[in-house]
Design a protein around this ligand. Structure first.
Ligand code: GDP
Length: 200
């Protein structure tokens, strides 16, 4: 079932710090991910738009928090990618601090979707994000993208192992497979988002 709420998402604003994030926001769900994991492609696919989240790798642009409006007071939030090799360590640390601050202090944030390349799930910094969200009570969803890179069997195994690994560490999270290339997992992503954006 198509979900026009997300197809009509439009760019609202960019913020370089929490103080610049929209004040009229009531509910937001954020996307985070290692640089190159496929976060921009996932957002574009979920919103069925080619250019909503720019796939540009310009470091100056990618360190901003980008807001996409779904309505007057509801937003999808594209957080800066991390682990970009060409960015100096000091700059990466500054982004990490910014992310930590956002995840721990943004009251409107209901859920964090961590976009992971299925071939490299749960990196060290992914765990760091998970810890911050657990500390602030933000719901967690792991989107394992580029699932087309693995066989169905391997993809299911990776999903299962990631789930186990979270469970063993006492983390409550939902997980799903996704592929921007094959356009799979979009309905699952919409269903997840609906829990936060569609009033029951
Ligand atoms: P970001 O840095 O996390 O925003 O990653 P991008 O969305 O820019 O994607 C990084 C690279 O992975 C690009 O070359 C994309 O074309 C590719 N990519 C993204 N999603 C998929 C996918 O689902 N399948 C495949 N095979 N490639 C993908």
């Amino acid at each position: 079932m198509p979900n026009t709420l997300y197809f009509n998402a439009r760019f609202e604003t960019s913020a370089s710090k929490l103080a610049q994030c929209p004040q009229d926001s009531v509910v937001e769900v954020a996307f985070a991910g290692r640089s190159n994991a496929g976060k921009s492609s996932a957002i574009n696919t979920i919103c069925r738009q080619r250019q909503l989240a720019r796939t540009s790798k310009t470091p100056g642009r990618t360190q901003l928090i980008n807001y996409f409006a779904l309505g007057e007071d509801r937003f999808l939030v594209d957080l800066p990618g991390y682990g970009y090799a060409k960015v100096p360590m000091a700059v990466q640390r500054a982004w990490q601090k910014n992310l930590e601050y956002y995840l721990q202090n943004r009251e409107q944030l209901q859920c964090l979707i961590i976009v992971m390349d299925i071939r490299r799930p749960l990196t060290e910094f992914d765990w760091q994000l998970i810890e911050w969200c657990q500390a602030s009570g933000v719901a967690l969803h792991c989107l394992l993208t580029k699932s087309d890179k693995l066989s169905r069997n391997q993809a299911m195994k990776t999903l299962f192992n990631a789930q186990k690994s979270l469970e063993v560490n006492g983390v409550e999270a939902t997980l799903q497979l996704f592929s921007a290339l094959k356009q799979t997992g979009v309905d699952d992503a919409h269903e997840l988002l609906d829990q936060f954006f569609v009033a029951s």
